[in-house]
Write a protein that binds this ligand. Structure first.
Ligand SMILES: Cc1cc2nc3c(=O)[nH]c(=O)nc-3n(C[C@H](O)[C@H](O)[C@H](O)COP(=O)(O)O)c2cc1C
Length: 245
């Protein structure tokens, strides 16, 4: 495997700095009307898409909603919740449907003059086979039977082999990007609230979301308003959730 000495990790945040950033983020439900500058939004989106993601196919997209008229239409779609009065809302969409273009993108945007043969082969043959579920998901059905058989003899990756698998596949990576996005805004002094409390049917209509895209959350963003945090921080004891093996 080639190594990239010039891509060694640059100066890292200290554990204490990272802890402060993560601990400082809270779900904020009241914002001031101050707009969020476009260059801050762009910086945060650039960090969002640095999230680790499956096969580097980056199965996400974002709609940045700043238009006051559109924001006003979103408020009732979010069932009138306070957080949806933010001056900025970003719709975070998982995209199980963009893998074909993404496979081409990896080759087109490869950051070296020559695309290595193993990369070209993976993204032009292996990945398209892996992610294609065929018309009505029939190829997925066939692949499920195939891996069941082949899996008797050796360890195999068994998903994604259905449209439901594809949705889960895209949502996993997109949720990581959403967390990056929240932390990035927090680092700029802006508060956020992830929201899944919305009417998906109305949301799709208002934002003209492509049919196969999955709105996994709306991210409300702005300067924290008075009494913006409703409750003290609560997390369950780690012992309930962690198994040490
Ligand atoms: C996927 C997701 C959906 C959420 N939806 C809403 C929502 O619709 N409205 C809201 O006020 N908070 C929402 N939240 C925020 C959570 O309630 C909040 O993160 C949780 O209570 C923990 O609080 P903390 O983020 O301040 O630690 C959501 C969080 C996530 C991750």
């Amino acid at each position: 495997m080639t190594s990239f000495p010039n891509e060694q990790l640059p100066a890292m945040a200290s554990p204490a700095e990272l802890r402060a950033l993560i601990e400082g983020r809270r779900a904020v439900r009241r914002f001031t009307p101050e707009a969020v500058a476009d260059d801050v939004i762009r910086d945060c989106l650039e960090l969002a898409v640095l999230a680790p993601n499956s096969c580097n196919l980056q199965p996400w997209s974002f709609q940045v909603i700043r238009d006051p008229g559109l924001l006003a239409r979103l408020h009732p779609v979010c069932m009138g919740q306070n957080a949806a009065r933010a001056p900025l809302i970003i719709a975070v969409l998982a995209r199980p449907d963009t893998w074909r273009q993404a496979c081409r993108n990896v080759i087109d945007y490869w950051p070296e003059a020559e695309v290595p043969a193993r990369i070209r082969s993976f993204y032009s043959k292996t990945a398209p086979f892996q992610y294609n579920q065929g018309p009505l998901g029939l190829l997925g059905l066939f692949k499920r039977q195939l891996v069941r058989l082949l899996g008797l003899r050796k360890a195999l990756m068994r998903t994604p082999n259905s449209r439901a698998d594809m949705r889960l596949w895209a949502v996993k990576s997109t949720a990581l990007a959403a967390e990056n996005l929240m932390l990035a805004f927090h680092s700029h002094g802006y508060a956020t609230c992830p929201m899944e409390g919305f009417d998906e049917v109305r949301l799709r209509r208002v934002l003209e979301i492509p049919r196969q895209a999955i709105p996994i959350m709306l991210l409300a963003v702005g300067r924290q308003g008075e009494k913006g945090v409703y409750n003290p921080r609560l997390r369950f004891p780690l012992e309930q959730q962690v198994t040490w093996l």
